[in-house]
Design a protein around this ligand. Structure first.
Ligand SMILES: C[S@@+](CC[C@H](N)C(=O)[O-])C[C@H]1O[C@@H](n2cnc3c(N)ncnc32)[C@H](O)[C@@H]1O
Length: 259
């Protein structure tokens, strides 16, 4: 007899949502022209604390939320959260599909939250997000929020090898400098690759407006980007002096080198 695997709730702590909310606040004050209504596209897990937090900040930021969950058991639990949240007046659709297959519903600006479980630079996100840029699923006026696991990182030799081009452009070579740079900027490497893979670096301007590190169930980073018109230069993206860095564990801003 086979027994159905018990579904486990994915629960995250207050620091995650404090970091998420702080980064959203930074975005609203970083010079972007904010529309009244936004679509929020996220990964569901089971509890959807991100949707609840965003709705509290401003229901206009989640005029509609679409949350993707590919794990069957978690999807069932997320569907229960969908019912509760709809009862509370939040327009939310939980979908069992892959977030990277999302087809844009309308021209309202979107906030994408790629809230995955691993190290953002150590996957095929460059190809997946590049395709979303190419198909204009992610486009000018959108905001992109990304979490990445900081609890461990690939070996320095692997990083040196995988990102040799980027490191050479940025003039970073010692093990210590590579480790620091990887920690604070690896999502930028991946996003820049996404653009170059689809020859879009001259078409879209990505800016990183903030990075926050926090300890939740494990050390994590959350990184925020605006997508605008123009061109993206790797050095400008990574060395932007307007990017704010914050340590949620110390509840204090931190210099980029200490991120
Ligand atoms: C960190 S959790 C999301 C938590 C949620 N954002 C919250 O704050 O409560 C990530 C979830 O996304 C699912 N997932 C990861 N990649 C996915 C993808 N490409 N499409 C759909 N679901 C995915 C995982 O199974 C996992 O349950």
């Amino acid at each position: 007899m086979t027994t159905k695997k018990a579904a486990e709730r994915l629960q995250y702590g207050a620091r995650k949502y404090a970091a998420f909310s702080l980064l959203v606040s930074r975005w609203t004050r970083c010079g972007v022209e904010l529309a009244k209504d936004h679509v929020f596209v996220t990964l569901a897990g089971t509890e959807l604390g991100d949707v609840r937090a965003l709705h509290f900040i401003d229901p206009g930021l989640v005029m509609h939320a679409i949350a993707f969950e590919s794990n069957r058991e978690r999807h069932e639990l997320a569907k229960q959260s969908e019912t509760t949240m709809r009862d509370a007046g939040i327009s939310l659709t939980v979908s069992a599909a892959n977030l990277f297959d999302y087809e844009r519903l309308n021209d309202s600006p979107h906030i994408f939250f790629i809230d995955g479980l691993g190290i953002f630079a150590w996957a095929d996100y460059d190809a997946r997000i590049g395709k979303m840029f190419q198909q204009q699923t992610i486009k000018e006026g959108d905001c992109l929020l990304i979490t990445s696991h900081l609890g461990h990182r690939p070996g320095i030799d692997d990083i040196q090898k995988t990102f040799s081009g980027e490191l050479s452009v940025l003039g970073v070579s010692t093990d210590e400098d590579v480790a620091r740079l990887f920690r604070r900027a690896h999502p930028s490497f991946t996003l820049f690759r996404a653009l170059t893979k689809y020859r879009l670096a001259q078409e879209l301007k990505l800016r990183c407006f903030g990075c926050i590190k926090y300890r939740d169930t494990t050390p994590m980073g959350i990184y925020g980007y605006t997508v605008g018109a123009g061109a993206t230069d790797l050095r400008e993206l990574v060395e932007d002096t307007k990017t704010s860095y914050f340590d949620m564990n110390a509840v204090a801003a931190c210099p980029p080198k200490d991120f």
